[in-house]
Design a protein around this ligand. Structure first.
Ligand SMILES: C[S@@+](CC[C@H](N)C(=O)[O-])C[C@H]1O[C@@H](n2cnc3c(N)ncnc32)[C@H](O)[C@@H]1O
Length: 362
């Protein structure tokens, strides 16, 4: 049998959907098991952290379960509609995850030590710290060496998957429909001449998803971390087709000329930026996107999106070192988009993420 057959041609859709739901259920159970054990150990070895969080009500847990189910349903529907291939729902980095899972546990004693000693800016002596903005030189999520080591880059996606009960990519995929919609403004151009930039691309997952949904467009990614860019290069170089161009750059000063990109995206960056830097990055994205082009931001939900989930949002920076999250959840991002010059601004919410979609006026 030829390997050119797609999942859609080989297996009835009902069975594929069931397989997707079953795998997602498995990921959720795994994440819950991991979190339960890790919380128990943390309450023994880093008791001060335990005191900072409030328990979630049964109502909140039920609401979150429902929102998660809705996310998975939309994820399936968008694939079913052909916004991206159904195979993308199964295209996870399992080998990488298994390889680095033991290291997540081995890193935990370092995390407890940092939590108990309130060390938020600790870096090993071999880590180069020159040239980075101060707000960046922190152990975000209590991560050893912040974003600046290869081990941090290896563990990041696994940790995010556990945090989001296996839905990190499903949430990232919610940028794909608005991106396709935005790029359709340029459907008179050959796909190869369409340029899309992912700001703070991290280890490259968002670019991988954008590539699957848009096989021919030219992709670009920037991030401040050389270690995360190395990891992204590894991931993306395995995908057939044109290699995305990756550059080390601050989102506040993108090394591209004005009006260069047809689409710009940024995922899970803004909650890690101080308020003025959020504005600077949005304005920089406005500068580099073409008139008629689209900017799509995906990040954590905010209090105004779900006031009833405020306790959960307040617990997050109490568990993970997230110095700008408290100000982020109260920030008015629509106003920031308007201030930068974006129009036709739309917001969406999926599970624990929110999305802002804005267009540069023609
Ligand atoms: C939470 S991670 C998100 C990574 C990726 N977008 C994802 O979907 O997982 C935040 C990323 O933003 C990068 N970052 C933080 N501040 C930045 C800045 N000012 N300019 C560029 N990248 C930045 C970090 O190096 C890190 O890779």
């Amino acid at each position: 049998m030829s390997s050119d057959y797609t999942i859609e041609q080989l297996i009835p859709k009902e069975i594929t959907k069931l397989a997707y739901q079953t795998i997602q259920q498995g990921k959720a159970s795994f994440s819950l098991g991991h979190q339960t054990l890790s919380n128990r150990l943390t309450s023994i070895f880093a008791p001060s952290q335990d005191k900072k969080t409030k328990p979630l009500s049964q109502e909140t847990i039920e609401k979150l379960t429902k929102k998660r189910e809705q996310l998975l349903e939309i994820d399936w529907e968008d694939a079913n509609q052909g916004i991206y291939p159904i195979s993308l729902l199964f295209n996870e980095e399992w080998v990488d995850f298994l390889r680095y899972y033991p290291a997540v546990w081995l890193d935990m004693p370092h995390i407890w030590q940092k939590v108990e000693k309130k060390q938020y800016h600790k870096f090993s002596s071999d880590i180069e710290k020159q040239g980075y903005p101060n707000y960046y030189l922190q152990n975000f999520h209590h991560q050893t060496n912040g974003y600046l080591s290869d081990m941090s880059a290896n563990l990041y996606d696994l940790q995010v998957e556990i945090l989001f009960s296996g839905t990190a990519n499903a949430m990232r995929r919610r940028i794909l429909a608005p991106l396709k919609q935005g790029l359709s403004n340029f459907s008179n151009l050959p796909p190869q001449s369409i340029k899309v930039l992912d700001v703070a691309c991290g280890s490259g997952y968002t670019l991988k998803l954008i590539r699957a949904a848009n096989p021919k467009v030219s992709l670009f990614g920037t991030d401040l971390s050389p270690a995360y860019l190395r990891k992204a290069n590894q991931l993306l170089s395995e995908i057939p087709g044109e290699l995305p161009q990756l550059l080390q750059a601050n989102g506040e000063e993108l090394p591209y000329q004005d009006n260069y990109f047809h689409g710009v995206t940024s995922v899970f960056l803004f909650h890690e930026l101080p308020p003025q830097v959020r504005q600077n990055v949005i304005e920089e994205c406005f500068r580099v996107v073409k008139p008629g082009g689209v900017f799509i931001l995906c990040d954590s939900m905010q209090i105004s999106d779900s006031p009833d989930l405020e306790t959960m949002m307040e617990n997050f920076p109490a568990i993970f070192h997230e110095p700008y999250y408290k100000s982020y959840i109260k920030d008015d991002l629509v106003e920031r988009f308007k201030l930068a010059g974006f129009e036709n601004i739309e917001t969406q919410q999926h599970f624990v993420s929110k999305y802002l979609i804005g267009y540069k006026p023609l």
